[in-house]
Design a protein around this ligand. Sequence first.
Ligand SMILES: CC(C)(COP(=O)(O)OP(=O)(O)OC[C@H]1O[C@@H](n2cnc3c(N)ncnc32)[C@H](O)[C@@H]1OP(=O)(O)O)[C@@H](O)C(=O)NCCC(=O)NCCS
Length: 271
Amino acid sequence: MLSSVRILGASLLSLRRETGNGQSWNRLWLQASFAMVVAGDGGPQDRAIDSLLHSAERELAAGFPSAARHDSFVLGRAAAKAALSLWPAMPAPQDVWIEPGVFGQPVIRGPRAMDNSLRISISHIPACAVAIAFDAAHPMGIDLESVTPDAVPDVMRAATPAECVLLDTLTDHTQTDHASILWSAQESLAKALGTGLMISPGLYEIDHMELIPDGRVVCSFTHFAQYKAICSRTAQGWCAIALPKNTFIASLPSYLAAPSRLSLTVRATAC
Ligand SMILES: CC(C)(COP(=O)(O)OP(=O)(O)OC[C@H]1O[C@@H](n2cnc3c(N)ncnc32)[C@H](O)[C@@H]1OP(=O)(O)O)[C@@H](O)C(=O)NCCC(=O)NCCS
């Protein structure tokens, strides 16, 4: 079982929204923080999980039947604590705990004095987790996916014809990239909404994909036009952040870098 983690990075994200007359919104809650964590490898930068987890989280982790679920939970909680630590007046990591809500959604608990408008979104793949902390006024969601070649057909079977058209235009990307982009964008939206994958997947259909010059893929949604998802290729897989459509992230951290040779914009035409 995993006993230590390494925090690859934790960064404040500067968010920008414009009012109708071209002025930028100036709200204290218009910020977010992001963190990425991997399994510890015994190096000097490792953090013992006991230094990050609350006793309630350690108890929950100890009750999981499989080592894989224990480790994913621990990695996710560590990423969440690293992201939360960047917010002002945040208690020590062991004094804050994140408990599953009725639908499995992560809910932040802590001392009474703590700001109760903070929210968190978590995603994990084997040996890596990401988390994003944000204000309740500005919903966000995160997902990290690394679809293996053998899982591509299953993922692509769930794609709508319009989504297949969009993905086919990403000619510089592999089939595993396509599946990971599709899946991560939709799951990040599912988490921002708090619905997870408990509703018909077609409701998360992507209707627009834009490959921007820095290599990220920005998606918008047929039925949730108020949201977009920014998908970045990382060394661990594709990481999608869902956020309100008219919010711009001034700069994403370098460990979310996604160099690319192509730049094009496409819109779905077939369905
Ligand atoms: C939630 C879901 C989208 C996660 O996708 P995944 O690829 O399996 O896993 P990820 O690592 O990306 O995300 C898992 C994290 O999503 C978060 N999450 C779970 N349900 C969520 C929801 N309804 N809304 C927002 N976030 C949720 C949790 O923090 C979870 O990690 P944790 O359990 O360690 O805290 C997907 O599992 C799902 O919808 N499942 C069906 C809902 C379900 O089984 N709920 C159980 C209780 S009814």
